[in-house]
Design a binder for this molecule. Structure first.
Ligand code: ATP
Ligand code: MG
Length: 406
């Protein structure tokens, strides 16, 4: 348990509020993994949280959240319990898992979406800014494994959604009807894939079917979030599995049809793409993480090289290839330009005649891509490349925590 998160929980409860550790922090602790961050949910309102902590700022215009700041930039995100205004809860919950691990089976809450059930009804969540009770906060979460609460004072896991058995059996399962939950927020499709891949868990068959059936809803999701999740696939150390699942479910054909079609061909070149992804996962396991531009270039290298190979105007061919993709994912200009530079420098790196390349600010990234590609091909990386890479690839900028909660 993180000592700072514990401080936040203790102080909130000492002042009479309910406060639990929630989300990925609880999940990862129970799985014996190191959590990326610790989130707290509480009955205290954002202003009340702010009054209790000096090192606190309230952020967000629509949904107010408290960020409690600790040393070395650590932030404990503290949100007031919320409910989904469109969800009616039919049976009353009340499962408290006594201590850890849970032995007693849970009684999951039955969720009834307020909808006429017609297929084309727009379920997209637009307003999730309503305070609620703890169980309402649990059932608005995406997957049962992400809906567990930890009560530090009592040393208990509170399971309103059946997350404990799913955690024990390794199943990613929606809270409530997967078809409804995916249509409410299509990003959950990518989150399901990400958690299944990263935690090496199965996807509940109903959720899997819903992913296949509703994958085209991804077109309605916020585009920057799509790009972010696609990058997270690789940043999380399970890029190979995540992209394989995306390809297998047809999700990849929605988001990156140019890559999906390339992989469908099953040529040796497609195998290289999988090998590059596996290499990035291996780098992650050693604590190395290339920049977003390197990740994206490695992902798209196969179809990109195919598109520019042998054409008279490669730069035009690059733009043509990237045009729709850029719109579809709102790829920032800066990132696209970087990918272009990295791609263009590969020929020079392969020839070993570097010229002025080492003086470019993108040289370390170009070299990182070169080495990923080389190793994926099972070729020996030239000695000069190892020497040069003493500069090592530019680390990806640490992402700031998201400001708006989902
Ligand atoms: P990670 O280890 O990647 O941070 P996480 O589970 O903590 O995984 P976050 O994106 O940090 O994921 O979100 C924190 C929690 O907020 C989740 O565990 C989940 O309970 C809830 N959540 C996040 N995104 C959604 C969503 N799209 N729909 C419903 N609940 C969500
Ligand atoms: Mg998290």
């Amino acid at each position: 348990m993180d000592p700072d998160a514990a401080k936040v929980l203790r102080r909130l409860t000492r002042y009479g509020h309910t406060a639990y550790l929630v989300g990925g922090g609880v999940r990862d602790l129970l799985l014996d993994r190191t959590p990326k961050d610790f989130d707290v949910a509480t009955s205290a309102l954002p202003q009340e949280v702010r009054r209790l902590f000096r090192n606190c700022r309230v952020i967000g215009r629509r949904f107010r959240l408290a960020h409690i700041l600790f040393s070395d930039g650590k932030i404990i995100e503290t949100a007031t319990f919320r409910r989904d205004p469109a969800q009616r809860i039919e049976s009353l919950p009340g499962v408290i898992a006594p201590g850890i691990p849970l032995v007693r089976g849970p009684k999951p809450v039955k969720l009834v979406p307020i909808t006429d059930g017609s297929a084309d009804e727009d379920l997209l969540i637009r307003n999730d800014n309503v305070f609620g009770a703890p169980y309402e906060d649990a059932v608005r979460r995406d997957f049962t494994i992400n809906g567990l609460f930890y009560d530090l004072e009592r040393g208990q896991v509170i399971d309103y959604v059946g997350g404990m058995p799913d955690l024990l059996h390794g199943v990613v399962r929606s809270v409530g009807d997967p078809a409804v939950r995916l249509r409410e927020d299509p990003i959950r499709i990518l989150r399901a894939i990400k958690f299944s891949a990263r935690l090496d868990m199965g996807i509940d068959p109903d959720l899997y079917d819903a992913i296949v059936r509703h994958k085209s809803d991804l077109g309605r999701a916020a585009k920057p979030r799509l790009l972010e999740e696609l990058l997270r696939f690789m940043r999380g150390g399970a890029g190979h599995r995540s992209y394989f699942l995306s390809w297998d479910t047809g999700v990849l054909a929605e988001l990156l049809p140019e890559l999906a079609a390339f992989l469908d061909d099953d040529a040796p070149e497609a195998g290289l793409t999988w090998a590059r992804l596996a290499l990035i996962d291996a780098m992650h396991a050693q604590g190395e993480l290339p920049s977003d531009a390197v990740l994206l270039s490695a992902l798209l290298l196969g179809p990109l090289e195919e598109a520019i190979e042998g054409v008279r105007d490669p730069s035009r061919a690059f733009e043509d290839f990237m045009f729709e993709l850029t719109q579809r994912l709102t790829l920032p200009r800066r990132l696209k330009d970087r990918v272009r530079a990295l791609l263009a420098s590969q020929r020079r790196l392969r020839s070993g005649k570097l010229g002025t390349l080492p003086r470019r600010d993108y040289f370390p990234e170009a070299l990182a891509l070169f080495m990923i590609d080389h190793q994926a091909r099972g070729e020996k990386v030239p000695d000069w490349a190892f020497q040069e890479s003493g500069v090592s690839a530019a680390p990806s900028r640490r992402r700031r925590r998201r400001r708006t909660p989902r």
